[in-house]
Structures are given as C-alpha cells and as structure tokens.
Design a protein around this ligand. Structure first.
Ligand code: 6R9
Length: 671
C-alpha cells in the first residue's frame, strides 16, 4: 500500500529547471531533499507498485515533460493532438495568444485551421480501433434496481438518432441548443449529438429554477431546448417539463416538441474548425448576471483527454465514476468528453449520493468495480469494501487535511493516491493536480501544475512573487483548454479575467507557498510552500462554493431584494460542515416591517424560485443596517466575521459610516 512518513522513495534531488519563460519557480521543489523528508511526516508516497505502472512515475519524468510543455508548447501539444482524428490538420501556428490587454484584444487560439469533430473522436474513432463492444456508459438510476448500459457502438447509434432529429427540426452548425436534463444517459447523448452536427450546447443544471433557465435561454437564444417530463431525485419527483414550459413562457418562445422520435442510427459528421465553439456553460461571477463561458473544439478536446489520462493515471481496464452532474463543468470535461475520448467505461449516476441511504455510493463502487472515483470533498460515507478502487479524485473546493486523510485512509484503504484537481469552468480542464505515482502527496495540497500550465502568484500590485509566498493565483500563458470568451461580452471577459493583473489570466483564487497554515485574514487563500506544493483555500472574490455548486453572492442578493419586503441584502459564505460553504444572508427589511418566521421562509422561497433550491440561504440574519464605508461600500470582511462568529476579529470598524450597526448585528445574531 501507499506509505506515509519519512520515506525517500521516488524522491530525487533535482536541479532547478531553467526555462524560456525564466525560472519555473513552482518546480524547484518537487525536489524533496533530506532535510525536508526528515522534518516532514505529512508526505504520502505512492507505492512502488503504483509508481511502476503509472504513466508518469517519477518527478524527473514529469519535469522533463513539463519543461518541454512550457518551452515548446506547440511541439508538445501537437504531438498529443496528432493522436486524434483530424479531417484536416491545422494550417496556422499551433497556438497564438495575447494575454496582455495593453497589446490589444485578448485572444487565444489553438490548432486554428484544423478540422475535426469531438463526437467523432469520442465514438467513431474508438469504435474503429476495436472498442465497439466495450461499455461506454454504465447507467445507474435513482431507484435501486433501475439500470442500463450502452456499448460504444450503441452509444453512437443513440447519438446519431438524436443528431438526425435535431437536424430534421432545423438545428444547424453554430446554433445553440439548451439541454435541461437530469443525469440520464440522454444527457451525454444530447451533448454528443450537438457536437456531432456542430451545434453549440448549453447544459443548464436541472436544479436551476424556471427563472434561471429562462435567463439563460434569453441570453443564448437556442433553437431547441432538450428536456424530459420528470425526474426523481431521492424520494422526490421534479417535473422538469413544467419548469421548461414556465421558462419558455418567460422567454417568449413558441413550439414545444414533446418527444424525440426514432431517427436513423447513422449521421454524417459535421467537420468543424478547432476554434469553432463546442459549448457554452453559464457560471457565476462576483457581480452581475451569470457568464456564458465559451469553449471551442480542438484545444478543449486535446486538453480534457490528456488531463484525464494523466491525472487519473487512466488505463483501458479502468472503470471510472465521476459523481458530478453534467450541468457543471466537471460533468462536461470528466463525465462526458475526457473519459470518452480515452475510450473509458464511465458510470453515470442519476440519483443523490445519500438515497436510499449514505451507503449508496459504495454500493455503486462495488457493483461496477469502480477503479477511479472522482468526487467532491463534501461527499461523506462509510462501510463497504471498495476493493476495486485504485485512484481517488477530489474537486470543487479545498479539501482540508483531515478530510483528505479520511478519504485516503477510509475510502481508499490507504492504498489509493488522491488527485486533488484544482481547476475552473473557465480553464476547461485540470490546472494544478497530482499525477498519481509521480511524486509524494501532501494532504490538502493540489501539488503541481499540469503540463503546459504556468501558474504564478502575484501580490496586490500584480508583481510575481517567487519562492515561499502567498498571493493571488494567476496563469501566465495559454493552455489548450482555456475558455476563449464570455458569450456576447468579450469586454467583460477581458475586464474580469485579464485586467485585474496586466499580462496574466486571473483565476479569482488566492494561492500561497508556505508550509501548512492558512494566511490569516483570508485575503490570500492559496499558497505555494517551500517545496513548491500549491495550497488553494478559496476565492478572493464574492463567489462561494456550496456542495461544489458555484454561486455568486450577487445573484443571491438580487433574488432576495426582489422580495417586496426586502430593502437590502448582503450575502457571504460561511464554513459549513456538510456543504463546504453555506449561504449566510444579512437582510434589511423595508421600513416598519417586523421580523417573522414566515417572512424568513418567504425570503428563502424567493431564492429557491429564482435560482434553485441549491442556492437557498442557510441562515437569514436580520439587519437593521449594514456596515458600509463612507462611500457606501458594504464591508463584507466584517459581515464574514460576524457570520462565522469571530467577533473578536472584527478589526478596524472606525472607517464605517455608522459604526453602531455592528453592535446591532451582533445583538440580532441569534434571532
Ligand atoms: C471544477 C470546478 C471553480 C472554483 C475555483 C476554486 C474552487 C475547484 C478546487 C477548488 C480548491 C480544488 N475549486 N477545485 N479549490 N481545490 N481542488 O469546480 O469549477 O465550478 O467553475 O469552480 O472552485 O475556488 O475557482 P467551478
């Protein structure tokens, strides 16, 4: 099994690696010398057996590959891209980018001029190479005993039928298609069908309310909305079709098709440019309405496939299960595209991990003999053998060292390396992640950058900091999976991501490199330690992460203030035992309105209705006033402290316009 402690297996003294882009400071460190090993006992080493069979089995091997990936990105990525099918190879430089707004518009292109199709590469290509009868999808329904599966050949048939139907009703290359489905096999099928005909899918998580769905429909103006009648989640039935009908009324659309008839099971592929859009996925930002993150075809294809293969050490004999819903980026990149591009067998689970009881996940692992299990740290469980597992993955939020150890010791039986994958909707695929087998892990650290990724930590002024430090996490050059724009708003793309720190992509996360503890005031929530390991601990902006669902506090606030009795609302995230973060809302009512339990419920209901149940506030804190600066800015730092009851850490409140509101808030904390 894996061993923890002072072992020096696989640890070599490596020289600092020079690179075209200057020193790769984050790498100095895979170099774990004697001093480190004797002082640390928090290193978790891969077993010899695991390392021996791994794609990347030593720090040196990683460093060699990494060095090439950043010094010669074109060569590195075009070698990998050549393993895919291209109707026509790219005729322009493999990559071109401008990351510096001072030099003109931000632009990123990979494999431009190349013609390909990601659906063809997922299905036809794998079928031609002998995998026609391999299971592509094992589907496990919400209710026990309800299951299904599709081989690669069967999946292709189903995709083609739907693709033909979409074509028949007028969907053409470049048209948007909204998909509002639970985790049925039809969800990946619908994504692939769109990709096959060059349509741009926009999956809307089926937990979103009709109003949220309508907002997205109005923004991307799809030709079609694909949905189903109803779904059961746990013991509850949700009538999706009614929600869609309501949304279509809101967004003034006509003509609704109630069923998808059977169409022929073959369908010509629409060859698209590598830079043609593949999908839009709406995600929350710190302000304003949700952003339509746009991913294109070629780079995304190459990147999701490669990250999947290396970060999970994927082998053709693996059975892979990712618990994410296709309504989020994790479901796009690591339920559908990444695994299928690799010809993997993927478990797709419709239900809730706790239904009918908390053992459900482990039943599924045992039933399908899952070998790679990828989930969010908030999923908790016990019992069952789980002998089949060999690699574990974690995503969505920082996993704290004790949760990490539990996942490692209990779920993985101290045998399975954990890939704690840090990435975002915007990045398309993993950015900072272990390559299991290549280096020792540290519980709670996402470790090192993936090939081609150059993370940097900058200070408030945007100056890069070397060595042990903390600051804002940025990336200094493009990678194939990067998003290319925000749909219909390139200016917002530049302003949000490229202007905060000139010359870099700003992630919205903090990062630090010092060993162990968080930097005090939460402004620098990620660090990189002296060994170069990266530690991410959260967002530096007003985005919160509830059970892996990304939510902008501004969206929840605007739902709350739409309530006729709410004058003002301020929402912050607080630590939550089960969900990672909980939603904590400070509410100022309109003049003269008394606090009541009924009003509390009706405020929460407003959020459920406008966004979805997953965004419902966990706590409503009545606030006669909110702490504001003299210029009228809400001091969220103070609200966060009040929400987490760190009342002795309120800091300087003298700059507040009305300092007494803080005392009022403390008094009302438990009302
Ligand atoms: C993939 C996904 C992105 C935000 C990101 C960060 C947080 C994701 C993490 C993590 C620490 C990890 N995040 N993975 N934080 N460690 N392994 O979750 O995308 O929904 O866009 O959220 O999630 O704060 O900025 P998305």
């Amino acid at each position: 099994g894996m061993a923890t402690g002072n072992k020096l297996r696989h640890v070599e003294s490596l020289q600092e690696m020079p690179s075209g882009a200057g020193k790769i400071s984050c790498l100095n460190a895979v170099i774990l010398g004697e001093a480190l090993a004797s002082e640390e006992n928090d290193l978790v080493f891969p077993s010899d057996d695991f390392a021996r069979q791994a794609h990347v089995s030593s720090p040196q091997q990683y460093l060699e590959m990494y060095k090439r990936s950043v010094e010669d990105p074109a060569g590195f990525w075009s070698d990998i891209a050549s393993e895919f099918y291209w109707k026509q190879k790219w005729d322009q430089p493999v990559c071109s980018e401008n990351f510096d707004f001072r030099k003109g518009n931000i632009s990123i292109q990979w494999f431009k001029g190349g013609l390909t199709n990601i659906c063809y590469n997922c299905l036809d290509r794998n079928i031609e190479s002998g995998n026609a009868d391999k299971i592509a999808i094992y589907w496990e329904g919400n209710d026990l005993g309800v299951e299904d599966s599709l081989t690669y050949a069967q999946l292709l048939d189903r995709v083609c039928q739907l693709a033909n139907y979409l074509k028949a009703i007028g969907v053409k290359k470049g048209d948007a298609v909204v998909i509002y489905l639970p985790m049925l096999m039809e969800l990946p099928i619908a994504m692939l069908a769109c990709a096959r005909i060059g349509a741009v899918h926009s999956v809307v998580f089926a937990g979103f309310s009709s109003e949220s769905l309508a907002q997205r429909i109005l923004d991307c103006k799809p030709k079609v909305v694909i949905t189903c009648n109803a779904v059961k989640r746990g013991a509850k039935a949700i009538h999706l079709k009614d929600i869609v009908d309501a949304a279509l009324v809101d967004s003034a659309k006509n003509g609704i098709s109630d069923f998808v008839p059977k169409y022929p099971p073959t369908c010509e592929v629409e060859w698209v440019d590598a830079e043609d859009p593949l999908f839009l996925l709406y995600t929350s930002g710190s302000t304003g309405k949700p952003k339509g993150v746009l991913h294109t075809t070629g780079g995304y294809m190459v990147y999701t496939a490669t990250t999947f293969k290396y970060a999970f050490d994927y082998k053709p004999s693996d059975i892979y299960w990712c618990t994410a819903d296709c309504g989020w980026i994790t479901g796009h990149s690591y339920v559908t595209y990444g695994p299928l591009l690799n010809g993997a067998s993927v478990v797709v689970f419709e239900g809730a991990p706790t239904y009918p009881d908390a053992g459900r996940c482990w039943d599924i692992v045992d039933k399908f003999k899952v070998t790679i299990f990828y989930t969010a740290p908030t999923l908790y469980v016990t019992r069952y053998s789980r002998k089949s597992l060999r690699v574990l993955g974690s995503v969505g939020e920082p996993i704290n060292p004790s949760a990490w150890r539990w996942f490692f010791n209990v779920v993985g039986n101290s045998r399975c390396p954990i890939s704690d994958t840090w990435w975002q909707t915007e990045t398309g695929g993993f950015m900072i992640t272990p390559l299991p087998g290549a280096w020792p892990l540290k519980p709670g650290s996402a470790t090192f950058p993936f090939f081609g990724v150059q993370p940097v930590i900058v200070d408030e002024k945007g100056v890069e900091i070397e060595g042990e430090c903390s600051g804002y996490l940025c990336v200094k050059s493009s990678w194939p999976g990067a998003f290319r724009t925000l749909y219909g708003d390139h200016e917002r793309y530049e302003t949000t991501y490229f202007k905060p720190f000139a010359g870099y992509y700003f992630t919205g996360d903090g990062c630090s490199r010092s060993n162990g503890q968080k930097i005090a005031d939460g402004l620098h929530p990620c660090f990189r330690d002296k060994d170069g390991y990266h530690w991410l601990t959260g967002r530096v902006d007003d985005v919160i992460n509830v059970s892996g669902h990304r939510i902008g506090t501004a969206e929840v606030e605007s739902a709350l203030v739409s309530h006729p009795k709410c004058a003002e609302a301020a929402v912050v995230g607080v630590e939550h035992e089960v969900k990672g973060q909980g939603i904590y809302a400070f509410i100022t009512l309109v003049e003269g309105e008394p606090y009541s339990e009924e009003l509390r419920k009706s405020l929460i209901l407003t959020v459920r209705k406008q966004i979805g149940a997953f965004a419902a506030p966990d706590k409503i804190h009545w606030a006669p006033g909110l702490p504001k600066t003299r210029s009228g800015k809400i001091m969220r730092r103070i609200l966060r402290k009040i929400a987490s009851r760190q009342l002795d850490e309120l800091g300087d409140t003298s700059t507040l316009a009305e300092p007494h509101v803080v005392e009022q808030l403390i008094e009302l904390a438990d009302r």
